[in-house]
Design a protein around this ligand. Structure first.
Ligand SMILES: [Zn+2]
Length: 112
């Protein structure tokens, strides 16, 4: 079990990485079109729809990465390949890989 203040910090870091940090990525790497890029990065959160096929949908003792099909290592390999394309595909790849990193740190670095 996590002490409540650690659980709160963990939740904060999770949503910060999901919602605020993509804005930083967009602003640093795509400054002249950061709003458009930020929206694409946010849209990559749709990969969490694969949780709907799992029972229970959310389990704090289960790592998403390597479990749900859009979080599988095969899927991650595809997201990595997206980086080699130009334009929106690359942005989607960045968003998806960063999403996986967020889910990974959420499980590996913290108590449950
Ligand atoms: Zn996820």
């Amino acid at each position: 079990m996590c002490p409540p203040e650690i659980a709160l910090l963990k939740t904060f870091v999770h949503y910060f990485l999901h919602l605020a940090f993509p804005a930083v990525i967009a602003f640093v790497f795509y400054r002249n079109q950061w709003k458009r890029v930020y929206l694409i990065l946010l849209a990559t959160m749709l990969v969490d729809l694969d949780h709907l096929f799992a029972d229970p949908i959310f389990d704090p003792n289960r790592m998403s990465v390597g479990f749900h099909f859009l979080h599988s290592y095969y899927a991650i390999a595809v997201y990595f390949l997206l980086l080699f394309f130009k334009g929106n595909l690359r942005i989607i790849g960045i968003g998806l890989l960063f999403h996986m990193l967020t889910d990974f740190q959420d499980f590996v670095l913290w108590c449950h």
